[in-house]
Write a protein that binds this ligand. Structure first.
Ligand SMILES: Nc1ncnc2c1ncn2[C@@H]1O[C@H](COP(=O)(O)OP(=O)(O)O)[C@@H](O)[C@H]1O
Ligand SMILES: [Mg+2]
Length: 256
């Protein structure tokens, strides 16, 4: 069953004087319950735009986005969703437990429940030994992990992660990957974006390839490789994107 759904979802950014930038163009996406789904695409391909539309941070130009059947502004639905933005900023004089307490207060979680949850989350993201350390002394990998813990504070069924491994070293990537697999085992649905191919290849059940705001292909990696006669994700990426660009070039040529 599709727990996240977009129908002809479109976002045009209007930059004044008739200048329009396509953020997303008529994207139909379905993410099933319990899967890790990766939105893949180069920088500027519409990944963040798509996630923000789903979360109600941006409003669509046309089309529709739904999570658990609800529209993005539905408050009740938001209780079930965790979000890790692309470049999160934290009050870095706080330590891990203090940051998580702050997020717990945003969800009006009772202090006793919050305390237990924070202990569990610090254990999960392996930051229990760094409880007293202020965030300004964290490594990038630690920041990513505390961010993940923060996005899990309300024990959401759905996690939306924008570029969760960008800027991490191989160990940081591996830790995040293992964490995502653990969360999947707990039954969570994870929608993540990435421009980092090999990371996604290893954890995602299904992927979607975005380019210039368009959804070019979606499916399992094996299925897509077969369909496009690609050897691996990199090859698939190049094949779908080049095919699209060539088609566009023909269209532009025709219209001249
Ligand atoms: N606030 C904005 N105003 C104008 N253009 C934007 C804005 N946000 C994104 N864009 C444009 O929309 C396109 C998609 O951007 P984005 O969704 O951030 O891509 P990605 O996350 O894949 O890097 C890009 O061309 C980008 O320049
Ligand atoms: Mg982005």
């Amino acid at each position: 069953m599709a727990i996240i759904l977009t129908k002809q979802l479109t976002k045009h950014y209007f930059l004044g004087r008739k200048k329009i930038v396509i953020g997303l163009e008529k994207v139909n996406l379905e993410v099933n319950e319990g899967e890790i789904f990766g939105i893949l695409g180069p920088n500027g391909s519409g990944k963040t735009t798509c996630l923000k539309l789903l979360l109600g941070i941006l409003f669509p130009t046309s089309g529709e986005a739904r999570i658990m059947g609800k529209l993005p502004h539905d408050i009740e639905m938001k209780q079930h969703v965790g979000f890790l933005p692309e470049n999160p900023y934290y009050y870095d004089y706080l330590n891990g437990p203090e940051l998580l307490s702050f997020y717990a207060s945003l969800f009006s979680i009772e202090p006793l429940v919050a305390k237990k949850r924070i202990d569990e989350l610090l254990e999960l993201v392996e930051l229990n030994n760094a409880r007293r350390l202020a965030l300004r002394h964290y490594s990038k990998g630690m920041l990513e992990r505390i961010g993940l813990a923060a996005s899990l504070i309300n024990d959401p069924e759905i996690l939306i992660l924008d570029e969760p491994t960008t800027g991490l070293d191989p160990i940081g990537c591996r830790d995040t990957r293992n964490l995502l697999l653990k969360l999947k085992q707990q039954g969570k649905t994870i929608l993540l974006s990435s421009h980092f191919l090999s990371e996604v290849e290893r954890v995602c059940d299904r992927i979607a390839i975005f380019h210039r705001g368009y959804l070019l292909a979606t499916g399992t990696l094996d299925g897509l490789n077969r369909q496009y006669q690609a050897e691996n994700l990199e090859d698939l990426f190049v094949k779908t994107i080049c095919a699209f660009d060539n088609q566009e070039a023909v269209k532009t040529g025709e219209s001249k």
